[in-house]
Ligand binder design. Sequence first.
Ligand code: ATP
Length: 357
Amino acid sequence: MAAIALENIVKRFGTFEVIKSIDLKIREGEFVVLVGPSGCGKSTLLRLLAGLEDASEGTITIGDRQVQGLPPQQRNIAMVFQNYALYPHYTVEQNMGFGLRLRSMPKDQIKAKVHEAARILGLEDYLARYPKNLSGGQRQRVAMGRAIVRDPDVYLFDEPLSNLDAKLRIAMRTEIKALHQRLGRTTVYVTHDQVEAMTMADRIVILRQGEIAQQGTPMELYNTPADRFVAGFIGAPTMNFLDGRIEPCGSGSTFRFANGEHLPLGAGAREAREAVAGIRPEHLSVGAPVEQGQGLNGRVSLIEPTGPSDYLLVETNAGTVTVVAASGAAQLNEQIGLTANESAWHLFEPGENGRRI
Ligand code: ATP
């Protein structure tokens, strides 16, 4: 096992700065998920850790060694890719043992290690098969088996589940997490899927255009997103954002929506300013229409049943919002009232990346 430290890491491709001075420390045994929109630099950061790319500036430490300049095979890391990269003309057993044969490990030791990994991953019955005769999930497990047998200090995963169907993704997600709990190895996992990030990570690092937008535990990011970008990225369905103004009122303040509708923001003085109010769909409660100042009123314009709950699209007088409601809580075209705890509202500065107020 090993801790990882990235210090002042910059990566340029030509004049294009893909990674802009990133500092990141990962604790020994920690499961860190790098998440962010397409092109934000997630894979590049992972490839820098693996030694598949060289940093333009900065230092990378794995365990007690600075590794920049060291080739991948000398870093004692194992990487699992999106496309699994299995050798089609090798059996499962040969694929899993490939890295060990390269290191000239004695045959009986290789066999023991491969069989132990196959047992952990439920692949014992498939060792003689070729990759083309396996399902997507089994191939994914072989790719993981190949990583496990090497007994690395650090596991790196680059979107390993994106080629699997929805059901298998969930099953493999649980398996990878269980494997981490069992082996306790430092793991860095790249995904653009916020649900994967929320469910697997000890800590999430959100990247935006080559910079860290925010890092923290899944619940820290969910409860106190640093800006509107993070707020919109974490949580599904995505947070609702409504434009308006903060107005001081007595010892507290209110939020006045663009159409004049208003809601109390609770105690604590706030200065008057333009702002965006954010509310998560699961924090709005559906009921009968309410009086002004008590909540938002609107018409249900769309219902998406998901089974246990319905996603409602509600045209309120302050804007359109998504609501997660109990199944059957509202009918199409019904006039309803939406209420929320004062503490459930988030406030941001105006603009796409507006900071939390
Ligand atoms: P995705 O989720 O789409 O895989 P990502 O966050 O993993 O995206 P990277 O693959 O790290 O993003 O790429 C970050 C940026 O760097 C992109 O704009 C990409 O086009 C660019 N890039 C990556 N590799 C190279 C390269 N070898 N040469 C030039 N530009 C590159």
